[in-house]
Each structure stands twice: as C-alpha cells, then as structure tokens.
Design a protein around this ligand. Structure first.
Ligand SMILES: [Ca+2]
Ligand SMILES: [Ca+2]
Ligand SMILES: [Ca+2]
Length: 447
C-alpha cells in the first residue's frame, strides 16, 4: 500500500537507519525517524486493540480503535505517506478512518458496499492516496472507487468492477509489480495458494504460487530496504507467528517473527515514526487445537476434503443419514485406531434432534478429549429449530462442550445452498465448502 511519494519520503529516512546512500531528487520533505520498509502488526478483533511493530526497532505501539468484530485495514487516507488504521463494519458497510497511529476517534466515516463485503484498502489509481474499495465474496467481484466518503454519507456506485478469483478465496491488496498502482490478489486459506493480477481488468492471474500453510492469513508489503514492490507475508494464528517473503514466489520465508495470537488478524503498512514503548501482543495461551477429529453426516461429507485441508492435523469421518445415536460408536472406533484427539467436532442433528441419552453416551466415550465442539444445523426442514434447541440444551449440560453456531453463520447466505432444493443444507459448491472449513477452523482456534 505504498505509493511512489511515500517511497521517496521513506527512503530518505533510510539514510540514518541503514547508512544507505540515497538522494531524494524531488521536493519531498523527509520524514524524521522511522524506517524505509513496511511494517506489520496484529489486531485483536475481539477487543479492538491494535499492535503495530516498528520494522526498524521491533518496538510495539498499541492503541484501541474500533468495536469487536470490525474488519481492520491500513491505508494512507490523507495522502501524507503514512498508513494509519481503518475499519470496515461488514454488517452495515460503514467505513471508519483515522489519520494517526494513536488512540482516538475516527477522523471520517462513510458507507460503501453491501453487508458481507470485504474491504480493500489501496491506491488503485496511483495518485498517492489510498481509498477503500470492496470485494464481494459471493460474486468474486472487485468494486473499485478512488475517492473516500465523508460525514456519514454514502459513496455511490463504484467507478469500475470486475470478476476475479474463485469463490471463497480471501482478497488482499498490493503493488505487486512496483508500478505505483495497487491491485488485487487472492489467497486460498485451505491450501496457501496466492494469486494476483497487476491490472484492474478481468482475466487470469498474472502470477500464482503457494506460500505458507493452510489456515494462514495473508498480507503484503515492501518488507526490505530498497524494495519497490509489495511481496507476501502471512500470519499464522495457530503459532502466533509472522512469516515475510521478499519475493512473490514459493519458498522459505525471509523473515520470521513470533507475534500475536490466534484471536488476531494481521495488517501491514508504512508506519513512519511510531512512539513504541508498549508491550507486544500476548502470545497464544495454552489452547488445545490438535489433533482434530470431526464426526458428521452428509453435510460435513460434502466438505470433507476442504475441512481436512484447512484445519491442521484434522481428519473427518462423515456419512450419509448419521445421527447423534451413532456418534459414540464412531468415536470409539476412531479411538481404537488412533491416539486421543485434542478436539472433537460433532456436526450431527441434520437428520433429527439429539436425545440427551445419545449425547451422554458420546460424552462418556469422549471423557479424555479436552475439547468437544457441537455444531448447530442449518436446513430447510421443520425440525431445524428443534435440533438447534436440543443442541444448545445438551451443550449446556457439559462444561467442555462448546456450541459452534453454523446456523447463525450460514443462514444469511441462501445462495450457498441454492443447489440443494431438498433440504437447503448440503455443501455442494466450493464457496460454501471453503466458508464451512474456515468457520470450523476459526472455532478450533477460538475459546
Ligand atoms: Ca496518512
Ligand atoms: Ca488513489
Ligand atoms: Ca502495480
């Protein structure tokens, strides 16, 4: 998310830090302090705390910005060469921008996009100013606009739009070819596949490669001195670690940092001078996340491969017409052949509500498993609410059962289930398969 002006500004600052010989040939006033490269940070979206890591000193600067659940991003909203926080509230499309890496109110707010859209912050026309565009996952469509809104107003229509990528992939932004204009890349969380385009036009990827592991979260930045283009980095929630790559290609990371924990998401940007002096983000508390064994019916069966590819160290046993009455024997059979899993996921109830006695039988077999996740059901059948009510009641009877609400997550997305005219429940396209696997993965790494 650098632009040309900010690069020149920041390189001039690099003289002091790296001793590099560099002449600024345009009339740009050097920023004092700071370093020339992009930094990364993490945001605890459950509390709204931002942690920015100074790429020169490694010192952390932290502050509150936003409400729990807001989607964090960074950009240069006021065109001064420094990236600062922004938030996108996916429920109503509201954007909140702040022009300083300090605690305080938003400097501007406006709305753009539809509920569920994912924000894209970048300089999409190379004018030195970042704006907020959106990616609509349901259509794999990018909507670009090169102005910011203000004063609670709407932004109107996008300036242009195009289709890019496969449903379910997560978008990110960078200047991947160093021409001063940011474009859109996509990341497949289930496999680590990264692909991007260097123009805002419809077409295949200009480059693609695999970086990182399933479950990693993507970002981009100019991580090293002298770089004029953005390359990939990933945040691994399961480890609380950041891996930065100096090239847009597969291979071992060039930098590795322990930073953040499983509740956090990564951001990156050109921070210029940060005050520092704050505690780094807390690392991962001891949370058992593996191995994962998942028991399901025909719903989970539809996403078996995606789930196993997305959740680290997981295996799925799913079968058509299965119910809670079968869960104890399925688990007993698994335990006879494998070591005790750290996490048991049970997604049954599609074929009828669970009886308390069946849950008791299952929990007796699961007595040595530290965590048990019961997943609610989403289906167009009369017993949907009875199944979910019974799941909730039974989960409340056991302290170690965590209720994971697939119904609440999936119900706003009827298009995910459009192909299934019988029960509106099966995972028959890659969009819903990726959404389901990502949803379960989040549950495994959340308390
Ligand atoms: Ca700025
Ligand atoms: Ca721009
Ligand atoms: Ca570019």
């Amino acid at each position: 998310m650098l632009n040309r002006v900010s690069r020149l500004v920041s390189r001039s600052a690099a003289v002091a830090v790296f001793g590099a010989l560099w002449f600024v040939v345009v009339g740009v006033v050097p920023v004092s302090g700071g370093v020339s490269v992009d930094g990364f940070g993490v945001v605890d979206t459950s509390s709204g705390v931002w942690y920015l890591r100074d790429p020169g000193s490694g010192a952390t600067t932290s502050f509150y910005f936003g409400d729990p659940g807001d989607y964090p991003m960074m950009g240069d909203w006021d065109c001064d060469g420094v990236d600062t926080p922004g938030l996108y509230r996916q429920s109503d499309g509201f954007v909140y921008l702040r022009n300083s890496n300090t605690q305080g109110e938003a400097h501007s707010e406006f709305f753009f996009g539809n509920p569920g859209d994912v924000p894209l912050a970048g300089d999409f026309n190379g004018d030195g100013c970042d704006t907020v565009s959106v990616f609509r996952p349901s259509e794999s469509r990018v909507f670009v606009i090169n102005v910011l809104g203000a004063e609670d107003g709407g932004l109107g229509a996008a300036e242009f739009e195009y289709v890019f990528g496969n449903p379910g992939d997560a978008p990110f932004v960078g200047d991947f070819d160093g021409d001063g204009t940011d474009t859109v890349g996509l990341h497949r969380v289930s496999t680590g596949l990264v692909y991007f385009r260097n123009s805002h036009t419809q077409g295949g990827a200009d480059a693609q490669f695999v970086f990182g592991d399933p479950g990693d979260l993507i970002m981009a930045g100019a991580w090293t001195a002298g770089h004029t283009l953005d390359t990939v980095g990933i945040f691994r929630p399961s480890e609380g670690a950041v891996y930065l790559n100096y090239v847009n290609a597969a291979g071992a990371a060039d930098e590795e940092h322990a930073y953040g924990n499983k509740r956090m998401v990564p951001i990156s940007g050109h921070f210029a001078t940060l005050p520092g002096g704050d505690e780094p983000p807390p690392g991962n508390p001891t949370l058992v996340t593996a191995p994962v064994f998942a028991i399901g019916d025909s719903v989970m069966l539809g996403a078996k491969g995606t789930v196993e590819a997305t959740i680290p160290d997981s295996s799925v046993d799913a079968k058509v017409s299965r119910g809670y009455r079968d869960a104890d024997s399925v688990l007993a059979s698994y335990l006879s052949r494998n070591s005790t899993p750290g996490v048991l996921i049970v997604h049954l109830g599609t074929n009828g509500p669970p009886a308390a006695s069946h849950v008791d039988d299952l929990m007796a077999v699961a007595k040595n498993i530290p965590r048990v996740l019961f997943v609610t059901v989403k289906l167009d059948k009369s017993w949907e609410s009875a199944s979910n009510a019974a799941l909730k009641q039974n989960a409340a009877r056991y302290e170690k059962i965590e209720l994971v609400d697939w119904f609440a997550f999936a119900n706003p997305h009827p298009s995910w289930f459009a192909a299934d005219v019988n029960c509106g429940c099966h995972l028959w396209n890659s969009t819903v398969q990726n959404a389901y696997a990502g949803f379960l993965n989040s549950a495994v790494f959340s308390e």
